[in-house]
Design a protein around this ligand. Structure first.
Ligand SMILES: [Zn+2]
Length: 433
């Protein structure tokens, strides 16, 4: 049970820092820190924004007495870590947030100021990165500052991490680099936007996601020969084979697997059935256009799998289904599709009654006045990599994925204040003061 006299002296300090919090979010939104590896971006042209954010934040962290560390694992992309040494005898806590953002997209679709405006209006802060996730980044800092301003010192270490590269899974350059450099703790809170469906929901689990490409071979011939390929009595594969026709067989096979997953894959944190899917994002054929029978097709998938399924198990299920459908077709039997597993973002799965969840839930209830809502993340974030490094990490942060990565991205100021209060009381609960 949180002592309400102590907690209100801390939350009052967050209220006192409201203007500073708003200014800080607005200031860092004004720094275009697009991930330089984002598809369609010219690396050299956008490189450096992440570092600029880290350099902007460093003196603020220095000012409240943190031991700061700014370094780059990948040239031109600086991470920033600030450590508040505990007085001893408490558990340590990491707050992790990323400094990179996705590109703003078509500027004319923005109606509330330009993408880098950092505009404050209608009780919200607007601009690319305001929600995902410079709002959360600022809240973690303000939370610690408020706690210190209130005259309390955490017993355990509090570590603020501002990392690069999350948006494109450049983990080795960002969160992975902090782990490699030795920044570990007894638990971590990733301050990504954790709505929807709930405002400031607590996320103890996320799916894993694979990027998988399946390539299907065909045999090119003049398009006028199509009847030979598809009509009874034609010469068929002797003349040509459309890789597009064959890709549809594989597509149907994986659609069936997706249906099966909808009925069989579940997890207590994913209360709506059917979250785990095989999403075909790109289907191509050709490459020579409509007048040549297509001899190569590719289907690119994002495969969202249940947290409890091992990557080996997922790969096996998918490959078996592809093989099963390939068996139904004479050409595919002889020319099996090629499956490439290009990326894997691991899931995470912290028990909902883990000590870090209990501490954050107590903090939430003290601030909001009702129990926190738990649920599984729709997307993925760096909590996965912290968990894999042995640090129990959960996600809770201001903002909604409904507006992240979209035009007119924004975050509500009232939600920022609540988040900062929840973080401050989480430090009190977890690290001790
Ligand atoms: Zn994010």
């Amino acid at each position: 049970m949180i002592d309400s006299r102590i907690s209100s002296s801390i939350t009052r300090e967050v209220d006192n820092l409201k203007d500073e919090l708003i200014q800080l979010v607005s200031d860092i939104v004004k720094i275009p820190s697009v991930n330089p590896t984002y598809p369609g971006e010219v690396y050299e042209d956008v490189l450096g924004g992440e570092t600029e954010v880290a350099r902007f934040l460093k003196p603020l962290l220095d000012d409240i007495g943190l031991k700061t560390d700014i370094w780059e694992k990948e040239k031109g992309r600086s991470n920033l870590v600030g450590v508040c040494r505990g007085t001893g005898g408490g558990k340590s806590l990491i707050f992790n947030g990323h400094t990179d953002v996705v590109p703003p997209g078509a500027g004319e679709k923005w109606t509330m100021g330009k993408p880098w405006s950092g505009k404050v209006a209608e009780g919200k802060i607007w601009g690319r990165g305001s929600c995902d996730m410079k709002g959360g980044d600022a809240c973690a800092f303000i939370a610690l500052k408020a706690l210190l301003n209130a005259g309390f010192k955490p017993k355990g270490d509090v570590i603020l991490e501002y990392v690069v590269g999350e948006e494109m899974m450049n983990t080795a350059a960002g969160t992975g680099a902090t782990i490699e450099r030795g920044y570990k703790a007894d638990a971590a809170i990733v301050v990504e936007p954790s709505g929807p469906p709930y405002r400031l929901g607590l996320i103890p689990a996320s799916p894993g996601v694979f990027y998988m490409v399946v390539t299907i071979e065909g045999k090119a011939v003049h398009a006028s020969m199509r009847d030979e390929l598809i009509r009874p009595g034609g010469q068929g594969a002797k003349v040509g084979v459309s890789s597009i026709d064959k890709a549809v067989i594989i597509y149907q096979g994986l659609r069936q697997l997706e249906e099966r997953w909808g009925q069989t894959k579940s997890h207590p944190m994913f209360t709506r059935p059917g979250h785990f899917t095989l999403h075909p994002g790109v289907i191509t054929g050709g490459p020579s256009g409509a007048f040549v029978v297509s001899d190569k097709s590719r289907i690119e998938y994002a495969i969202w799998h249940a947290p409890q399924d091992s990557p080996e198990q997922v790969k096996q299920e998918v490959e078996e289904q592809i093989a099963l459908f390939a068996q139904t077709d004479p050409w595919l039997r002889e020319h099996p599709p090629k499956v490439e597993w290009l990326l894997w973002w691991p899931p995470y799965d912290v028990p909902a009654d883990a000590p870090i969840c209990n501490s954050v839930a107590a903090a939430y209830e003290a601030v909001i006045g009702e129990p926190v809502k738990y649920y599984g993340f729709a997307a993925v974030d760096d909590a996965a990599f912290l968990n894999r490094a042995g640090i129990p990490a959960i996600t809770i942060g201001p903002g909604s994925l409904f507006v992240a990565h979209a035009p007119d991205e924004h975050v509500e100021i009232a939600e920022l204040i609540d988040a900062a209060k929840i973080y401050a009381l989480s430090i009190m609960e977890w690290c001790g003061i």
